[in-house]
Design a protein around this ligand. Structure first.
Ligand SMILES: Cc1cc2nc3c(=O)[nH]c(=O)nc-3n(C[C@H](O)[C@H](O)[C@H](O)COP(=O)(O)O)c2cc1C
Length: 257
């Protein structure tokens, strides 16, 4: 078992599963972890549900013994919040040698509610024992853009190295960062009309996933970070990107907690 930070450097999407359900005590451990995941934006109502393979409709051929769905109320930035929360689970599963894969194209089957208590189904994560090697052996196996293509930030490479390898829908890596290790502005690639129809929602989830990696990496490197919005960052969006949000290091008394 490794830390979530260490798990980032070896995780990968698993698309072939041993279809036997996980042992009850392992599943219980996962459910317990899920109950305690941190939210990015406090106050957004979310709920998690578990489905098995007959209860999921997926046009792509990824079948798994278990699926974790997140439902959310549609408050501001709810997609980022959902990405942030489920990525903690993706890393947790990898840290325990359990396979997982984000499934942006899958939906609960007819008969499984798409709405509950004012919340809508957002996205799901397939998981279970992997039928292939569950980890990357080496960070060089990540197919990702170079740091200089996703960042103009100064003195933040240590943190952004962990963000660079985060998963994203179709490996689109829609993020860009400016600022420095004390304050980073986060931008998302602007999409043309056709791509937007497919990826506008998913790319917002991707940004939440990136912020999950960012917070965990910062913490592992001795810094607590928090969300903020920054007018200057917003006004200075690089060409082709739109401003999403900023993050800033909390004062060191908060870091000491
Ligand atoms: C929001 C989101 C949706 C995704 N949807 C799918 C999907 O529907 N099917 C699939 O096979 N992989 C899906 N993926 C997995 C990505 O293709 C994968 O994360 C990316 O190619 C990077 O590879 P890695 O996760 O192995 O590092 C999704 C990932 C994210 C973050």
């Amino acid at each position: 078992m490794v830390s979530l930070y260490e798990a980032m450097f070896h995780r990968k999407s698993i698309r072939r599963y041993d279809m036997n359900p996980l042992k009850e005590e392992i599943l219980e451990g996962i459910k317990q972890y899920v109950k305690n995941v941190e939210s990015l934006i406090e106050g957004i109502k979310v709920e998690f549900t578990y489905l098995s393979s007959g209860e999921v409709k997926n046009i792509l051929p990824v079948r798994a013994p278990h699926y974790l769905c997140i439902y959310s109320e549609k408050a501001d930035n709810y997609l980022m919040n959902a990405g942030f929360m489920l990525q903690q689970v993706d890393l947790y599963l990898s840290s325990r040698d359990i396979g997982s894969c984000w499934l942006g194209m899958a939906r609960p089957e007819k008969g499984v509610p798409q709405e509950m208590n004012g919340m809508s189904f957002v996205i799901m994560l397939a998981f279970g024992n992997s039928a292939e090697p569950v980890h990357r052996m080496d960070a060089s196996e990540f197919k990702r853009r170079g740091l200089s293509e996703i960042s103009a930030a100064k003195h933040a490479d240590d943190i952004l190295k962990a963000v660079r390898i985060a998963p994203s829908a179709s490996n689109s890596q829609p993020w860009f960062f400016t600022g420095d290790a004390e304050k980073l502005n986060i931008y998302r690639a602007r999409l043309g009309m056709i791509k937007a129809a497919l990826y506008d929602n998913m790319n917002q989830i991707d940004i939440g996933i990136a912020i999950c990696h960012l917070f965990i990496a910062a913490r592992a490197l001795g810094k607590e970070m928090e969300l903020m919005s920054d007018e200057k960052g917003e006004a200075m969006a690089p060409k082709g990107y739109q401003y999403m949000i900023s993050v800033a290091a909390m004062p060191s008394d908060a870091n000491a907690r």
